[in-house]
Design a protein around this ligand. Sequence first.
Ligand SMILES: Cc1cc2nc3c(=O)[nH]c(=O)nc-3n(C[C@H](O)[C@H](O)[C@H](O)COP(=O)(O)O)c2cc1C
Length: 414
Amino acid sequence: MKRVDDFRLTFGKQEYVPIVVGGMGVDISTAELALEAARLGGIGHISDAMVNVVSDRRFDTSFVKDKTRLYKYNIHNTDKSDVKFDLDILADATRRHVGATMEAKKGDGLIFVNCMEKLTMNGPRETLQVRMASALDAGIDGITLSAGLHLGSFALIADHPRFRDAKLGIIISSLRALQLFLRKSARLNRLPDFVVVEGPLAGGHLGFGLDWAQYDLVTITAEVIQYLKQEHLSIPVIAAGGIFTGSDAVSFLEGGAAAVQVATRFTVSHECGLPADVKQHYYCANEEDIEVNTISPTGYPMRMLKSSPAIGDNIRPNCESYGYLLDGSGNCAYIISYNRELALHPDGKNLSVKDKTCLCTQMRNFKCWTCGHTTYRLKDTTRREADGSFKLLSAEHIFKDYQFSVDHQIALPA
Ligand SMILES: Cc1cc2nc3c(=O)[nH]c(=O)nc-3n(C[C@H](O)[C@H](O)[C@H](O)COP(=O)(O)O)c2cc1C
C-alpha cells in the first residue's frame, strides 16, 4: 500500500515532498504555516491579499491608517474612483511580507505566494505588476496565480530578471482555462512551471458556478493530464480540493498528478492565522452548516460557514482604508448593494445587506469564515480537551499525517 512519501514532486533536478499547503488570504495561511511546509520538504504558500494590512500587523507599519487619513474626505462619497493604492507602499508592504518570510525559511522545501487577479485594487494591471515584481525582488521561490484567468499576468513581469528562474504557476478549474493561459504564455516562450487543478470542493472562491456539484476533481485532473501528455508538455499537475487523507492524495498521485494542494485540514493548526475561537467553529461544523453562496463582490461563488458574521451584515464600505476589490473604475458590487439598502433604511436601523458582503473588512476581521467542503470532517482529526473544546494541531502533525498515513487513517494528536 503506497503512501504520499513514496512519491516526489520534481522541478528540474530538485525533489520535494508532493504536498503543497494552499494559499489562504487574508493571512490565514501565515508565514508560520508556509514555513512549516517548507521545513518539512513540501511547498507552503503565503498570500499577498490585503498585504498592507498584513504588513501593519506583522511589522507595525501604518499603511492602512495613512491611506485612511489621505482619503478621509471621501468616506461618505459613493464614488470611490479617487481611492488609489500608492504603488511604492504596495511594493514596500509586499517586500516586507515576502522578505521576512524568505529570511526565516529553513529546510529543503519552497515558499510560494498566492496572487489573486480579482484583487483589482482600483488599478488592476499596475497593482498586480507591483505585487508580483516585489515578491520576486524579495526572493519568493514561486508565484501561484489564482482567482482569475491571468491572461496578461506573465507579460507584466516578463522583464523581471527572475521571470525565468522563479517557479510560476496558475490555478485553473477547467481544461479550457488552461488552454487559454497556455496560448498566451507560449507567446512569451514561457510555460508555467506547474498547474494547480482546483476542483469544486475547495475553500475560498470557486472557479465554478452554482452548479459546482456537477463537477469533480478526478475528471478535470485526468482531462488536464491527458491534454498535457497529448501536447508533449511536461508540466507538473497539482490536484486540489477535498483531498482529506493521505490515501486520497495517493489516488491522485497514482493517477498522474505530481502533487496535491491541501488547505482545509490546516485551518485548525496552531500556525493558521484564524483566531482560536473561529477554529472551534470550523471544528464544530456539520455538513449542513456549510454553503456555497454569491455574497463575494468578486462575482465568484464562495464556500463558507453559514454562521459567518459577514453574512447579512451592514458595515459601511471601507474602501478608503482597504479598497482591494475596487475594479479599474472604482466600483465594487458591495457598494451598490449597501447603497440600495441604505436608501430603503435611511436611519440605518434594520439595515442588512444580504446579497453581498464587504469582503475586505470582513476578511480583515476574520468574520467571513470561508472553508472547504470537508470542514465538517475536521472534528474526526483531533481529540477534545477537558473543557470540551477541540484540540488544535501542529502543522507538522497534519503534514506528516498526509505524508505517511495509509488506508484513509488519520493520526490523532497524542
Ligand atoms: C480558509 C481558506 C481560504 C482560502 N483562500 C484562498 C485564497 O485566498 N486564494 C486561493 O487561491 N485559494 C484559497 N483557498 C483554496 C486553497 O488554497 C486550496 O486550493 C483548497 O482549499 C484545497 O482544498 P482543501 O481545502 O479541500 O484541502 C482557500 C481555502 C481555504 C480553506
